[in-house]
Write a protein that binds this ligand. Structure first.
Ligand SMILES: NC(=O)c1ccc[n+]([C@@H]2O[C@H](COP(=O)([O-])OP(=O)(O)OC[C@H]3O[C@@H](n4cnc5c(N)ncnc54)[C@H](OP(=O)(O)O)[C@@H]3O)[C@@H](O)[C@H]2O)c1
Length: 277
């Protein structure tokens, strides 16, 4: 049985991938900074190894014997995003030196294109991707649009905060559909050395998606113009609010690229709302 290591396998998006890979017959190794906590979360069906993206020797021990590696890194700030994506990917590749892999894959985003590198998240995704390409390992870069699972993250107390206007349609997808796409692609040896945009079935604006989620979750929506979110962020010294406002502004400007070859997932927003709420 092939061993696949999932770095970030405890995450909101990494955990569904780990579960799908297990269901599809892989021996799945969860790489986490805290194996005990990871096991409490995910149970006994997985192998667990403790490692930190900032520590090559821990990664070397954790990844030894892997046939395949999937990276689901995140980052809470510009600095940690850089550390986890660029330095982390460099460290993973150093740790894998001398090992032969069937594939190494990473989660990127649907907006990771050089023309959008005014946003640091896109820039760091592209840098991490370049490292995979240079590594010589067969690679895969998944480029999902926005996840439906992000909608609850806009909740503050009993309100959903919508930073707008957000008029561009977004092809929302579910983490479960994403996980199936990742597993299918990793099992298919013809799916290598490529970037794979993944879009949900319908184009729905952020405003509409937030309103639909709020209605089902019985929450109220507070819309905040971008300028106000930024101003509040500066006053409160809240970097994540400033960044969220900048991201919404950026998305309103660029929208999603129309990609005819994008993988299309099936679950619609209303179906997902019916399943999770
Ligand atoms: N939300 C969206 O709509 C969307 C759309 C497209 C792409 N994405 C991408 O999805 C990613 C976020 O995924 P997520 O929501 O699953 O993130 P998450 O829930 O925050 O999980 C982050 C994972 O990273 C691991 N991690 C963090 N720092 C680490 C370190 N120093 N060493 C080892 N592991 C570390 C954590 O593992 P432990 O805590 O167990 O160590 C955890 O499993 C981002 O890269 C984002 O660009 C998101």
């Amino acid at each position: 049985m092939s061993i696949i290591s999932v770095i970030g396998g405890t995450g909101m998006l990494g955990a569904p991938v780990a579960k799908q890979l297990k269901a599809d017959g892989y021996q799945v190794r969860i790489i986490s900074r805290n194996s005990q906590k990871a096991k409490e979360q995910l149970g006994g069906d997985f192998e667990y190894r403790q490692a930190d993206l900032q520590d090559v020797s821990s990664l070397r021990l954790a990844l030894a014997g892997s046939d395949c590696v999937h990276i689901n890194a995140s980052g809470q700030s510009k600095k940690s995003y850089y550390q986890n994506h660029v330095v982390g990917t460099r460290n993973i590749l150093a740790a894998l030196q001398g090992q032969s892999l069937t594939a190494i894959s990473m989660i990127s985003t649907a907006s990771a294109y050089p023309e959008y590198d005014d946003r640091w998240d896109n820039r760091y995704k592209l840098e991490a991707e370049a490292l995979l390409k240079e590594s010589g390992h067969p690679y895969l870069v998944f480029m999902p649009s926005w996840f439906m699972e992000s909608l609850p993250l806009f909740q503050q107390k009993n309100k959903l905060i919508h930073i707008g206007p957000s008029t561009q349609p977004i092809h929302w997808l579910s983490a479960k559909d994403y996980a199936k796409t990742v597993s299918n692609a990793l099992q298919d040896n013809s799916c290598r050395n490529l970037r794979m945009p993944i879009y949900g079935p319908e184009g729905i604006t952020m405003k509409e998606a937030v309103n639909r989620y709020a209605k089902v979750a019985q929450l109220t929506v507070q819309t905040m113009p971008v300028w106000l979110a930024k101003t509040l962020g500066f006053i409160l010294r809240d970097e994540s609010l400033i960044d969220a406002a900048d991201l919404m502004k950026h998305y309103d400007r660029i929208g999603e690229q129309a990609i005819s070859h994008a993988v299309r997932t099936e679950t619609k927003l209303d179906q997902w709302l019916g399943q999770v709420l």
